[in-house]
Design a protein around this ligand. Structure first.
Ligand code: S3P
Length: 164
């Protein structure tokens, strides 16, 4: 079974939808942020704080190379910046973009329990800049687009229909 690679901005629901579709399709679920934290034995916030964003992006590239070479039958939730630094996501699997307006993202992130893994979410201004700069790249990278503002059951239903 081909991997499914979920992309989209922070807070678009990649992990939540990824876990549901993985359970349903018998794929294993992986999260690139968690893989990077585990491999480097550092939290993402720590990598950003002590080595800077460039070190984290290099780790994302290593992670993408590993996934393309070694992983099958998985649903993979990527960090929101991964499509910006990795142009080989389609080599990993079918790329699914969870599209969400900035307003919805900002609302979700303000209620976020994972602040430590999202240092870029500390400022609304930085978030907006990144969001605007990334939209086209997300669109261009994806084979399937899901409206991530729909309730999660609807997202799941749409994704289910689009991957058959
Ligand atoms: C980032 C998104 C985060 C995490 C890191 C950087 C980004 O992942 O990889 O904080 O640049 O958009 P999520 O998209 O899972 O929040």
């Amino acid at each position: 079974m081909k991997n499914l690679v979920l992309i989209g901005f922070m807070g678009s629901g990649k992990s939540s939808l990824g876990r549901l579709i993985s359970a349903e399709t018998g794929r294993f679920f992986l999260d690139t942020d968690a893989l990077i934290e585990s491999h480097y034995a550092r939290a993402i916030g720590e990598i950003f704080a002590s080595e800077g964003e460039a070190a984290f992006r290099a780790a994302e590239k290593n992670c993408a190379a590993f996934l393309a070479k070694s992983v099958k039958n998985a649903v993979i939730a990527t960090g929101g910046g991964m499509p910006i630094v990795c142009d080989n996501l389609s080599e990993i699997g079918k790329v699914v973009y969870l599209k969400c307006s900035f307003e919805a993202i900002a609302k979700r992130l303000s209620q976020d329990a994972e602040k430590s893994k999202r240092p870029l979410a500390a400022s609304l201004e930085i978030l907006r800049e990144r969001y605007d700069a990334r939209l086209k790249i997300y669109e261009k990278s994806a084979e399937i687009v899901i409206n991530a503002e729909d309730p999660i059951e609807i997202c799941l239903q749409n994704l289910r229909e689009k991957i058959v």
